[in-house]
Write a protein that binds this ligand. Structure first.
Ligand code: ZN
Length: 273
């Protein structure tokens, strides 16, 4: 169960011992990842849109990419909770105004900075899943670090929820085999997405909305962010500004915006005869 962790892990001080080559290799890969931020915005966006590596990885380490619900779609918000301006609170207000429910994938180290926000998200009728204790690519760290982070993030959220969380979303959609095994052991369902708003990039609200609306359909799972703490942009204002337009598009398509859990549990559509 999530609650059995070494409490030291919950403060981000991962205690695992790794070999020096593993550690050096991991650091080099993390720096290479940062170099991508030097590319022009349009090139970065198109590189991220065309990622054969992601499709291959998701086949190897499967998870939920879309749901079968006929009249529903799911908005998900990663990287919070964030008590800053134009972040989680503003997303919650925009969702309320749109009459939408959503799933928030939270980071343990952020929960510790803003302990009141997970209860607030739940009180507004949304769902909360695990995004890890810290935020890094799990395919670029030693297996033990990946497992320890999932365990610690799960434990932090379980304590806030009073019950084990249901879903885990790996940062960047990159999960290790060892991490997938940890999810199975902890009873966590891995959740990816079917489309996104590219809203970690500094795009305006109308571009975020257009990107989401292009792929919005029954069963879509949409990746968005209620925090910019791990992003290039300064805050989540563009995401907040995109929500009304996304909700309007969903309404025009006859779709209810619901939590991932509600959509997964919805009765499967009856096949047309
Ligand atoms: Zn993230």
């Amino acid at each position: 169960m999530c609650g059995e962790r070494d409490p030291g892990l919950r403060n981000g001080a991962l205690q695992q011992k790794f070999s020096a080559p593993e550690r050096v290799l991991g650091e080099m890969r993390r720096h290479l990842h940062r170099l991508r931020q030097l590319l022009p915005l349009s090139l970065r966006c198109s590189l991220q849109e065309r990622s054969p590596g992601r499709a291959r990885r998701w086949r190897e380490v499967p998870g939920i990419e879309r749901v079968e619900a006929r009249n529903q779609a799911v908005l998900t918000f990663d990287d919070g909770p964030d008590a800053g301006p134009a972040a989680t609170d503003a997303v919650l207000d925009a969702l309320d105004a749109a009459g939408a429910k959503a799933t928030f994938f939270v980071v343990g180290e952020q929960m510790e900075k803003a302990p009141d926000l997970v209860p607030e998200i739940l009180a507004r009728g949304h769902e909360v899943g695990v995004h890890g204790q810290r935020h890094f690519r799990h395919d670029r760290v030693p297996s033990a670090e990946s497992v320890a982070d999932i365990e610690a993030g799960c434990a932090t959220l379980a304590e806030a929820l009073g019950t084990p969380p249901r879903f885990y979303r790996p940062p960047y959609g990159k999960l290790s085999e060892a991490g997938a095994e940890a999810c199975r052991r902890l009873g966590l369902e891995v959740a990816y997405w079917s489309t996104w708003g590219l809203d970690w990039e500094p795009l305006p609200a109308d571009r975020v909305a257009r990107r989401v609306n292009r792929d919005l359909e029954a069963g879509a799972v949409v990746l968005l962010h209620d925090s910019a703490r791990y992003a290039v942009r300064p805050d989540a204002a563009a995401t907040v500004g995109a929500i009304a337009s996304i909700a309007d598009r969903a309404s025009a398509l006859g779709l209810d915006l619901v939590t991932l859990g509600a959509a997964v549990d919805a009765p499967a559509p009856v096949a047309a005869r």
